[in-house]
Design a protein around this ligand. Structure first.
Ligand code: SF4
Ligand code: SF4
Length: 169
């Protein structure tokens, strides 16, 4: 039986179409993250980049994301190994670390709804940075399913969105 492409190819070997299809559209890479000044631990909030659509669970201007949001990190086969802040459930991170995709991943489940039904995406559960004052971000620290439990104090903003890069998020 033929193995699916993500088991047969490295990230570097994937075509553009295969690479893009690997994104599960969880949206977690579009969350604003905070960092504990003392421990360096990163914490997720439930606040997203201004271009993220909570209902569609995707970037509203994916082709122009870098122009619109300079801090948006375009993921590629090289930098995926260096971006330790990527969500633990991110398909690119999993493949880069030699792990299996989850059964709710669109390519495994065979549909794009499984991830939402499994509660592993941001759909309908986040607010835009345009609707929440930065002063309130620390109060919106959220532990998302599949992500580590990181607690701390002395929090500073480190990233606002990221990815989706070729693999949007
Ligand atoms: S892909 Fe980038 S620009 Fe688009 S919503 Fe996510 S972080 Fe923002
Ligand atoms: S690139 Fe972003 S949206 Fe795509 S799988 Fe990774 S974390 Fe999820």
């Amino acid at each position: 039986m033929t193995q699916p492409f993500w088991k047969m190819k490295s990230l570097q070997q994937m075509s553009k179409t295969e690479w893009e299809s690997l994104c599960d559209n969880c949206g977690k890479c579009c969350l604003i993250q905070l960092e504990d000044e003392d421990t360096g631990l990163r914490l997720h909030t439930d606040v997203t980049c201004k271009l993220f659509d909570s209902h569609q669970c995707n970037c509203t201007d994916y082709p122009n994301r870098k122009k619109r949001v300079p801090d948006c990190v375009i993921l590629n086969p090289k930098n995926v190994h260096e971006l330790d802040w990527m969500p633990q459930t991110c398909a690119y991170r999993l493949i880069a670390e030699g792990k299996e995709l989850y059964d709710w991943h669109p390519l495994v489940a065979g549909n794009s709804e499984a991830i939402h039904h499994a509660g592993m995406s941001l759909r309908g559960r986040v607010v835009s940075e345009e609707d929440v004052s930065p002063d309130e971000w620390e109060d919106r620290i959220t532990e998302w399913p599949g992500e580590g439990d990181e607690e701390g104090s002395g929090i500073v903003v480190v990233d606002e969105g990221e990815d989706e890069g070729e693999g949007e998020a």
